[in-house]
Ligand binder design. Structure first.
Ligand code: NCD
Length: 304
């Protein structure tokens, strides 16, 4: 039985297979409409979500399966003090696969140890978010046609942004990747990610506070939201929340084939005027999330 807790639980070959299955599903969804007949996906969301939870549900329904779950901790027995281990032991009696989001780093790993069915990490605190990374990789592949030889800029909250941590891990496996880290000093990439990934894997990277200065170098600009819910005090959040706001003017010196990604939700960090720029890929990215999750559910259930 396989779970997906960290993006590196998957080999490069497995990621390539998932990306190509997703492309196949996009081309011929009808061929997949009954792949999961009779299967049940449980979504256990102890933290808010729109895209991740609904794309998981949409993915299972599109495969012919069914879904159940909760979308806030307050409506589950967690509110009565039940442990993650006991909740998951219970839900694994009712379902064939579980997608779980939790504010505590490591909670999905604990869940996987107590589950009788595969557990998918749908985001754990400020740590990891592997299925967003699969979505990002499918988007990079469909926008750029490759995973190698890319300069990828990450902008915004690199400290608490779990999607950033997982995507940097995934990119470390490819050739000729350069990473540009753009953030205020207070929201820099955690040193453990720098040490365990960038330094260990010898990935060239630069750090800056100035988005416009590095814009011309970038093949991909990955914008992120300042993660209000992870701050210890509101004052710091208010001071940092509008550190970067991407506008059409700031894109003047960008490459004509730049791809702008954002895991969403956006708050203020991309002006709506950017949405009509053909380089804005974030709504195409949303759509990809459903198809890559269809491919992942099939894989973890051992369905071809
Ligand atoms: C991200 C998350 O939950 O980490 N959203 C998502 O899953 N698409 C990013 C965010 O909340 O800012």
């Amino acid at each position: 039985m396989r779970s997906l807790i960290d993006i590196l639980d998957l080999s490069t070959e497995e990621i390539n297979d998932l990306v190509s299955t997703a492309a196949d599903i996009i081309a011929d969804p009808a061929a997949y409409a009954h792949k999961c007949d009779g299967k049940i996906l449980a979504t256990l969301f102890f933290e808010p979500s729109t895209r991740t939870r609904l794309s998981f549900e949409s993915a299972m329904l599109s495969l012919g399966g069914k879904t159940l779950g909760f979308s806030e901790a307050s409506s589950s027995s967690a509110a009565k003090g039940e442990s993650v281990a006991d909740t998951v032991r219970t839900v694994s009696c009712y379902s064939d696969i579980i997608a779980m989001r939790h504010p505590k780093e490591g909670a999905p790993l604990v869940a996987a140890a107590h589950s009788m069915v595969p557990v998918i990490n749908a985001g754990d605190g400020g740590h990891n978010h592997p299925t967003q990374t699969l979505t990002d990789l499918l988007t990079i592949h469909s926008e750029k046609g490759r995973f190698n030889s890319l300069t990828v800029g990450f902008c915004g909250d690199l400290k608490f942004g779990r999607t950033v941590h997982s995507l940097i891990n995934a990119l470390s496996r490819y050739e000729d990747i350069k990473i540009v880290l753009i953030s205020p000093d207070e929201l820099k990439l955690p040193s453990y990610v720098k040490k365990d990934v960038l330094l260990r894997e010898n990935i060239p990277y630069t750090q800056t506070t100035d988005l416009e200065a590095v814009m011309p170098e970038l093949d991909i600009l990955y914008m992120t939201r300042v993660q209000r819910e992870r701050f210890f005090n509101e004052e710091d959040y208010l001071r940092l929340k509008d550190s970067y706001i991407l506008t059409p003017e700031k894109l003047v010196n960008a490459k004509p084939d730049l791809s702008i990604l954002h895991p969403l939700p956006r708050v203020n960090e991309i002006s709506v005027a950017v949405d009509k720029d053909p380089r804005a890929a974030y709504f195409r990215q949303v759509r990809n999330g459903r198809f890559i999750r269809m491919a992942l559910i099939m894989k973890l259930l051992g369905i071809n």
